[in-house]
Design a protein around this ligand. Structure first.
Ligand code: RIB
Ligand code: CA
Length: 313
């Protein structure tokens, strides 16, 4: 049985790997890609999604451009980690097909209502602005979305944009607060899990052996992140954040998740976007799941095999 999903993202080099993985996976039915301003501005993330869709040979999947800025904060940016255009060293190209006229939040509402309740997973790889806007416009979505699997947040690992916050949640903490305050089941894959999933030299080299444009693109993104990580952060292998959301959807057993009540700091400038992960809640009433462990080898094996199978023609 195929799993049906919509991917909301801000490509972004790790978003790119997550998108190319999902678009190559035979057991995933990607209804649409919606994009949001985040790593780079909204017009670029929408264009980048169209480029990645074309590389994947999946122009059957529509792209919808979303929010250009957070609900009430100034637009963020992470160009130093994703390149000025958002796809590392990959130069932007004109695509055969552009994004649709409908906005991301309108498309989310229409597409989720077009399917039976609780049959569509929403995978979020960037700031949650589009999701919050859709839920504001149509609160009944909360009863129709099967689950939200989002990359975001930090607990034991500390932050990556400030001492206490991870970029996606920090970029739009108000949106994250609104989404996590609804009844939608949310699985949050934060830095506590994604920092365990490192793109080592051996893992990148394995992807470089695959003869396909998607695999070559993933390898190029990983190589870019490897260089950036070594020069900016001083780590030898870059963490692979966003693809963990797709890996969790495909093979949840690769992760350990714990029931929790997750709340977002929205008032303090010092700790803006902090995810307060409270495990001391009754498991059967905890509204969220927080990822504590990841099987890195299993995640890369999944990525490599999915891209390799997709390359076999
Ligand atoms: O903190 C990592 C997250 O921020 C990832 O989604 C990455 O693409 C950036 O958006
Ligand atoms: Ca992202």
């Amino acid at each position: 049985m195929k799993k049906t999903l919509i991917i909301d993202c801000d490509p972004g080099v790790d978003d790119a790997t997550g998108l190319l993985l999902a678009l190559a996976a035979p057991d995933l039915d990607v209804l649409a890609v919606t994009t949001v301003g985040g790593n780079v501005p909204a017009a670029q993330t929408a264009r980048n999604a169209c480029i990645l869709r074309q590389i994947a040979g999946r122009e059957d999947v529509p792209v919808f451009m979303g929010a250009e800025q957070p609900l009430r904060r100034a637009p963020a940016g992470a160009g130093e980690f994703h390149g000025a255009e958002g796809l590392g060293d990959l130069a932007p190209v004109e695509t055969r097909q552009s994004y649709e006229a409908e906005t991301a939040s309108e498309a989310l509402i229409r597409l989720i209502h077009s399917r039976e309740p609780k049959t569509v997973t929403l995978v979020v790889m960037g700031p949650m602005t589009n999701v919050a806007l859709a839920l504001r416009q149509d609160p009944s979505l909360a009863d129709r979305i099967q689950q939200i699997i989002a990359m975001g947040g930090a607990r034991s690992e500390g932050g990556n944009i400030t001492a206490s916050a991870e970029f996606n949640i920090w970029a739009d903490p108000d949106a994250a607060h609104e989404v996590l305050s609804t009844s939608v089941p949310v699985v949050l894959l934060g830095l506590d899990a994604t920092h365990q999933v490192r793109a080592t030299e051996e893992r990148i080299a394995a992807i470089e052996t695959i003869d396909s444009d998607p695999a070559r693109t993933v390898a190029a993104m990983l190589r870019f992140s490897q260089r950036v990580e070594r020069t900016i952060v001083g780590w030898d292998a870059a963490p692979l954040h966003d693809p963990c959301t797709i890996a969790y959807l495909m093979r949840p057993e690769l992760f350990e998740v714990c029931p929790a009540h997750i709340r977002i700091e929205t008032e303090s400038d010092l700790t803006r976007g902090h995810t307060a992960v409270e495990f001391r809640v009754a498991a059967d009433s905890a509204p969220h799941l927080w990822a504590t462990k990841a099987d890195a080898e299993g995640v890369f094996d999944l990525i490599t095999r999915t891209l390799s199978d997709g390359a076999i023609k």
